[in-house]
Design a protein around this ligand. Sequence first.
Ligand SMILES: CC(C)(COP(=O)(O)OP(=O)(O)OC[C@H]1O[C@@H](n2cnc3c(N)ncnc32)[C@H](O)[C@@H]1OP(=O)(O)O)[C@@H](O)C(=O)NCCC(=O)NCCS
Length: 164
Amino acid sequence: MIAEIRPARASDIDALVTIENAVFQSDRISRRSFQHLFRSGAATILVSGAGAAISGYTMVLYRKGSTVARLYSIAVALRHSGSGIGKKLLEAAEQAACERGRMVLRLEVREENERARRFYEKAGYRRIGRKEKYYQDGAAALRFEKLLSGGPQDAVIPGERAAS
Ligand SMILES: CC(C)(COP(=O)(O)OP(=O)(O)OC[C@H]1O[C@@H](n2cnc3c(N)ncnc32)[C@H](O)[C@@H]1OP(=O)(O)O)[C@@H](O)C(=O)NCCC(=O)NCCS
């Protein structure tokens, strides 16, 4: 399937709930929360897929006045995992955050979710901390962040000599 990425529509909510329930065992986003976030204007929800068949989604949250955006969720349906869709969704999430003027994207991931940890590390995220008992079942979260293109990593710090 060609993984086109596009903003979610209200009619995608059933498919988002299906993926959420299939992929996550706990701390799932409910239908109500999807509906609320969809209408709030404080979230970007992007889906991958062709036509009505949704293979994955990602959600970025924004707070007013903050240059930091939060990658709240990313999930690819099991039968499509490992085929590059997650990477495309993550890049699209980063671009959306940039377009909203955010310079940093942060996220939490279950400490034992090694696959997702490697996925984020490969995409240039660095670990910035750990939160004990973050999830409903008591599991710890690792916090990661990435400076987005055009963010502070591209700025010249006064007094610093450029590497040669
Ligand atoms: C994590 C997740 C979104 C990745 O999506 P995906 O479509 O399977 O990943 P991709 O195929 O785009 O792979 C992207 C990169 O990660 C790497 N990767 C994927 N799975 C991997 C694995 N099991 N081990 C090591 N690397 C892996 C790929 O090699 C690829 O790197 P490359 O571009 O250098 O080749 C997906 O597996 C998923 O939905 N997992 C369950 C939900 C979840 O854990 N979400 C994140 C926490 S909120």
